[in-house]
Design a protein around this ligand. Structure first.
Ligand code: AMP
Length: 329
């Protein structure tokens, strides 16, 4: 059982430091001594203990990295080991007000169990009377959304390289029976060496066998089966990857409309428009990912083997793309 981030308050006080630590290769998660019966490393802490593992007393808090709906994210350092991480501070009142406590619990549960180079690590968490603190892997490059906004679109080579990383992250999730349900550039951060990291598991669900019915995610990325309130499975993420790839290549999601009703209608019709400069291979892949019928939609294995991905990211190209666009593979 995991400690509950919303209950059993403990007073704590932030200590601020100047920012500027370098993120060296030696930045390995701290391993605080555990009480008997507990695992050995702090990185495993979130996976199974009743007692909060860290408190603000153990941490120096530095510059703000960004702010979200429920709080802010700071660079931080664990005092004893010097381990650098991103500290996400969430306001409990806000979480309660927006009724997302359950979502946060699930997010922590799922993200803390994921170990993949393209998934942002959640090392640990703790809480006090007012706030929940998440200890996250630092993503120095910020949001992929900002990069896409500044560039307008990504080239096919860059799109393929980024897309492949996301397919691999989602494949890992599906192997663990996790459906992400909210793939979009806003939920992808740029980590060390420009490696893409899925960072937000707020809508993710662990669904070993059952088909789901909950309506969730972001409108522009919703698949037809969700729009129609049908039961769905991991195929919703394949659809999400199709919308993501379209957005990389064209700069906006395929079913965008000035009204919500219009977007719903476009999703149900599934007729994405491709500008003439998009290659037929890219168009073919997006079309196969955005198949109306989830059972006929491409699988992730087929996606990775598709000529557009294989040609762009395979063989000698892999090294070239990695040099150019980064990414740990
Ligand atoms: P969020 O509350 O998750 O939306 O995060 C708000 C902002 O903080 C993001 O847009 C990022 O700019 C920044 N941020 C969040 N998490 C991290 C992280 N792990 N490393 C670096 N910056 C982050």
């Amino acid at each position: 059982m995991m400690a509950d981030p919303m209950t059993s308050p403990k007073a704590a006080k932030a200590v601020r430091i100047a920012n500027g630590e370098n993120l060296s290769k030696e930045n390995t998660p701290p391993s605080k001594k555990r009480k008997s019966g507990e695992g050995k490393a702090a990185e495993d802490m979130a996976a199974g203990t009743e007692t909060p593992w860290f408190s603000l007393k153990d941490i120096d808090v530095g510059k703000r990295l960004g702010a979200g709906k429920f709080g802010a994210v700071y660079i931080a350092r664990e005092r004893r080991t010097g381990f650098i991480f991103a500290l996400k501070v969430l306001d409990k009142q806000q979480l309660i007000k927006h009724r997302v406590e359950h979502q946060l619990r699930r997010e922590i549960e799922i993200q803390s169990h994921c170990r993949h180079v393209n998934i942002l690590r959640l090392y640990s968490f703790f809480h006090d009377e007012k706030r929940v603190y998440l200890m996250l892997e630092v993503a120095p490059g910020g949001e992929l959304y900002a990069l896409l906004q500044s560039r307008g679109t990504f080239s096919e080579a860059r799109s393929a390289w980024y897309f492949k990383q996301m397919v691999e992250a989602i494949s890992y999730c599906h192997q663990k029976h996790i459906i992400h349900r909210d793939i979009k550039p806003e939920n992808i951060l740029i980590g060390l060496k420009d490696t893409l990291k899925i960072a937000d598991f707020g809508w993710a669900v662990h669904a070993p066998s059952s088909r789901r019915e909950t309506f969730c995610g972001t409108l522009d990325y919703l698949p037809p089966e969700m729009v129609k309130n049908n039961k769905y499975h991991s195929g919703v993420d394949v659809w999400g990857l199709g919308v993501l790839l379209y957005e990389f290549l064209i700069g906006k999601p395929p079913f965008e409309d000035s009204s919500e009703k219009g977007t719903y209608k476009k999703i149900k019709n599934v007729n994405p428009i491709f500008p003439p400069h998009i290659t037929k291979e890219a168009k073919d892949l997006v079309t196969k990912l955005l198949h109306k019928n989830p059972t006929e939609r491409y699988t992730l294995e087929e996606t990775l083997a598709h000529p557009w991905v294989a040609l762009n990211c395979g063989g000698v190209n892999a090294a070239r793309l990695q040099k150019h666009y980064g990414g740990i593979v």
